[in-house]
Design a protein around this ligand. Structure first.
Ligand code: URA
Length: 272
């Protein structure tokens, strides 16, 4: 496996590594270099990296690779990934996303939906992608799902001023379809940087798409909810307690699931 040949410095510095990692549809399998053609899962990759760079450090390196990767881009075309390394503020990040051209979803969207709420909040909510209303207004969660989200927040004494809200993907997928794996990967560096800048004490992932992308797993929301996870940002020293809960749009379609959502909300309230 080519991963065994990497030195820690290469893993951190060599931008060509970005081109060697590719997450395939359906989740976990990562195809390592096209030359070797061998497959490895994310957890195997982390485990192997742990052995290479030290126990507990592998996940950060894997996330770094994902942070800087750009699918099969020739070396001279990775500038957008490189630029993101220099981003330090939310304004800079918003500008970078608005001027980026690495995700075709942008071409069909009316607006880039960056974030809403309080950037100083310690609670960061991450949804999937904007819908029609969000696309029109350029703000996350302003449609029907957003109304329910407001009620869910109010039930645990929170509101839009006490949380910060964004999405995995900042552009509306056509016909409100879910973003596909490729689109999620194209936008992953943005959300990873977004978390790094906001530096929250808690992440709340709204629905399976956000949960899978942030927790780097192929498990569904039913398996991921009801327990605490941690998110480790490559640049932040702390592990961020992370809770995945049902997406409000799902709850609108499946009101019987509100009881379980309520249990998760109470767990979040207890931890605040
Ligand atoms: N659903 C989401 O996941 N995000 C939004 O912003 C709106 C609906």
């Amino acid at each position: 496996m080519c991963i065994r040949d990497w030195t820690a410095d290469e893993a951190k510095l060599d931008v060509r590594l970005c081109q060697m990692v590719r997450l395939f549809d359906g989740g976990d399998p990562i195809k390592m270099s096209k030359r070797s053609g061998s497959f490895i899962t994310v957890s195997e990759l982390i485990e192997a990296m742990d052995k290479k760079v030290g126990p507990g450090l592998g996940e950060g390196v894997v996330r770094f690779i994902m942070l800087t990767r750009k699918n099969d881009a020739p070396l001279d075309k990775v500038s957008n990934s490189n630029n993101i390394q220099n981003i330090e503020t939310l304004n800079q990040l918003e500008r970078l996303i608005k001027t980026s051209n690495n995700c075709p979803l942008k071409n069909q969207a009316l607006n880039t939906v960056f974030a809403d709420g309080n950037p100083s909040s310690k609670i960061m909510l991450i949804g999937e992608a904007p819908g029609a209303e969000e696309d029109k207004l350029g703000k996350p969660f302003v449609g029907a799902a957003g109304q329910l989200l407001n009620k869910m927040l109010a039930a645990i004494n929170l509101d839009r001023n006490s949380v910060y809200i964004t999405n995995i993907v900042p552009w509306r997928p056509p016909n409100n379809r879910a973003p596909n794996t490729e689109e999620i990967l194209q936008c992953l560096p943005f959300i990873q940087k977004h978390i790094e800048i906001v530096n929250p004490s808690m992440l709340v992932l709204l629905g399976g798409t956000a949960a899978k992308a942030i927790l780097t797993t192929n498990h569904g929301i039913t398996k991921l909810r009801s327990t605490w996870h941690t998110y480790n940002s490559p640049k932040l020293n702390l592990s961020i307690p992370t809770r995945a809960i049902f997406h409000p749009a799902f709850l609108l379609r499946s009101p019987a699931k509100k009881k379980e959502a309520w249990e998760d909300l109470l767990a979040i309230q207890k931890k605040i």
